[in-house]
Design a protein around this ligand. Structure first.
Ligand code: AMP
Ligand code: GLY
Length: 441
């Protein structure tokens, strides 16, 4: 098995990835670039720019890396995986063609249309006049989206025409998202509950990680603006019928369409779904692990994470899946990859964020963390280490992860750990993973 692994990225997701790799039976030596104070405890952090493939390749040579796992979307969309593969490296993460599913929402819509995958109706625009004219007759609420990747800030769900017009202007006139907002989609608004489905695939075979849900709005009960995610939980209870529909109406057709287009894909495909009264529909595809979903799906994995990552990168996912424990461990029928997850357990992550987030917030405030426990631990997202201790260094600061035999137990463990974080600027949502105990049809 790979013995020297490099994880690209430095957020909460990458800390969770490093933590799971570190638990591998083969005890790999782990490097993180740039990493964060959380990964520093388990890996060697390397200072390099993930968008500079020459630097990444030099680090791979210098540290004799034999497997690279790319966390964030930017380097994937920029083609880092292609450069590394051309240089003979084993990589987990799609190349530029596959990553376009996230980097170009209009392309993703076109792929979905060809594959017959259910997704909201939309119109695409590059000029303000045409977009504003469309809004004169568009149904409200509507959703205005920058076509390119805009770090989670490019989407506005608009109840009123004035809000939609403002987001159109933000993208096309003020160019707040640069080229990523140079073309926009105006999309039909869907209602229902959201679901994140993370699919591990090597382009031939695939398996689903536990169904998860993140809480995107900043305030209790879903109030306030969207954020990068204030918490998440897994597994989301689903009926077998719904699982079957997600697989046969969304995941399988998408992967078949990628094969038909000769787009190789080795890594995680993340489907962001809305579970509507008419069935599951795709809001977005991402080309990477979700943040903070990764923090809750990885602790539920059965089997060795390093082996899964390496087999996927190497096109041997089928072999890995064959070696998994029997699927009779529970989980809904129709969930491909049932054997990947321990369905007897649940995990919850509650994000502690800096007061003001997702608007302006302070940095540099002292932050004191409690020690990790066996069933609850802290994931670093926006922290900085100094000689005097930790300080705040981002909007989302930490995630407290709790694991347990039920969602209630996992939630209680996450909150009781987060309660012991000391920081004047910290706030969190009190209702993560609440009201979710029923099966969703
Ligand atoms: P996206 O980046 O496209 O997933 O959008 C970010 C968030 O905006 C989603 O997680 C949803 O909460 C919301 N959203 C996006 N598209 C729609 C839609 N068509 N209807 C309702 N909500 C949406
Ligand atoms: N949790 C949303 C994302 O990772 O894009």
């Amino acid at each position: 098995m790979a013995s020297r692994v490099l994880v690209i990225g430095g957020g909460g997701r990458e800390h969770a990835l490093v933590r799971q790799l570190a638990a591998s039976a083969s005890r790999p030596e782990i490097f993180a670039a740039p990493g964060n104070p959380g990964t520093a405890a388990l890996a060697r952090n390397l200072t390099l720019d993930p968008l500079n493939y020459v630097e990444v390749l030099a680090a791979c040579d210098a540290h004799r890396i034999d497997l690279v796992l790319i966390g964030p979307e930017e380097p994937l969309i920029a083609g880092l995986a292609d450069h590394l593969r051309r240089a003979g490296r084993l990589v987990f993460g799609p190349g530029q063609l596959g990553a376009r599913l996230e980097g170009d929402k209009e392309f993703a819509k076109e792929v979905m249309a060809t594959a017959g995958i259910p997704t909201p109706r939309y119109h695409a625009f590059s000029t303000i006049d045409a977009a504003l004219r469309h809004l004169d007759t568009a149904q409200l609420p509507c959703v205005v989206k920058a076509c390119g990747a805009a770090a989670g800030k490019g989407v506005a769900v608009c109840d009123h025409k004035t809000e939609a017009e403002a987001h159109v202007r933000l993208c096309l006139q003020e160019q707040a998202f640069g080229l990523a907002g140079g073309r926009i989609l105006i999309e039909e608004c869907l209602f229902g509950s959201e679901l994140s489905v993370l699919v591990v695939t090597d382009g031939q075979d695939y398996a689903l990680l536990a169904p998860s849900r993140d809480h995107k709005r900043v305030g209790e009960g879903g109030a306030g603006p969207n954020t990068g995610g204030m918490g998440a939980f897994a597994p989301v209870p689903l009926s077998g019928d719904l699982c079957y529909r997600i697989d046969t109406e969304i995941v399988a057709p998408l992967l078949a369409e990628l094969v038909r287009r000769d787009i190789p894909y080795r890594g995680v495909l993340y489907a962001g779904l809305m579970l509507t009264a008419d069935g599951p529909q795709v809001l977005e595809f991402n080309c990477r692990f979700g943040d903070p979903e990764t923090q809750v799906v990885l602790p539920l994995l059965q089997g060795d994470f390093l082996a899964l990552v390496e087999a996927t990168a190497d096109g041997r996912l089928a072999d890995y899946l064959q070696g998994l424990p029997d699927a009779e461990t529970g989980g809904p029928d129709g969930w491909t990859g049932r054997g990947m997850t321990d369905w007897q357990r649940s995990a919850v992550v509650v994000v502690g964020a800096a007061r003001g987030y997702p608007g302006p917030y302070r940095r540099g405030q002292p932050l004191h963390l409690p020690d990790d426990e066996a069933s609850a631990w802290i994931i670093h997202a926006g922290t900085a280490a100094h000689a005097e201790g930790l300080t705040t260094a981002g909007g989302r600061l930490v995630g407290a992860v709790g694991e347990g035999a039920s969602l209630a137990e996992a939630r209680q463990r996450a909150y009781s750990l987060l309660d012991r974080v000391r920081c004047d600027d910290l706030f969190y949502r009190p209702d993560i993973a609440m009201a979710s105990g029923r099966t969703i049809e």
